[in-house]
Unconditional design. Structure first.
Length: 135
């Protein structure tokens, strides 16, 4: 196949992009439709916007500038999202409900962040659909 990107790598970018776009949109949606803009909501909004832009960048030539950093970045975004969700769960009420108009943790966001974490790991360890051999 002609082109600057081998087929397996292109599929990996599409996969990573789809996960990032969905996670980013969901994070922005949840943050902006909650009962109040708490610290956790602002973090969720900022991360959602960053992840969305990263996902969209994977669909453009900008992915060439991201290079090998894309996988680790996906993992960082995912870990920040999971950390934010853990913080929201810990600071919520005893039944996981938000306290004083704040946010609680979101199981959907946890699931998306976990998938994004795995996607970042896949992007880091595979090149063109084949496992990396050495550094």
């Amino acid at each position: 196949m002609d082109g600057p990107v081998e087929p397996g790598r292109s599929l990996m970018r599409w996969y990573g992009s789809a996960i990032a776009v969905v996670s980013g949109l969901y994070s922005v949606y949840v943050a902006t439709t909650g009962t109040g803009m708490t610290g956790g909501a602002w973090l969720m909004l900022a991360l959602g916007a960053i992840v969305l832009v990263h996902g969209l960048a994977l669909l453009t030539r900008a992915h060439e500038r991201l290079g090998a950093a894309s996988g680790p970045l996906m993992m960082v975004w995912a870990l920040l999202m999971l950390g934010n969700q853990a913080w929201l769960a810990w600071t919520g009420g005893p039944d996981g409900m938000p306290m004083a108009g704040g946010m609680s943790w979101d199981a959907g966001m946890v699931a998306l962040a976990a998938v994004m974490l795995v996607s970042g790991a896949i992007m880091m360890t595979a090149r063109g659909g084949e496992p990396r051999t050495g550094m």
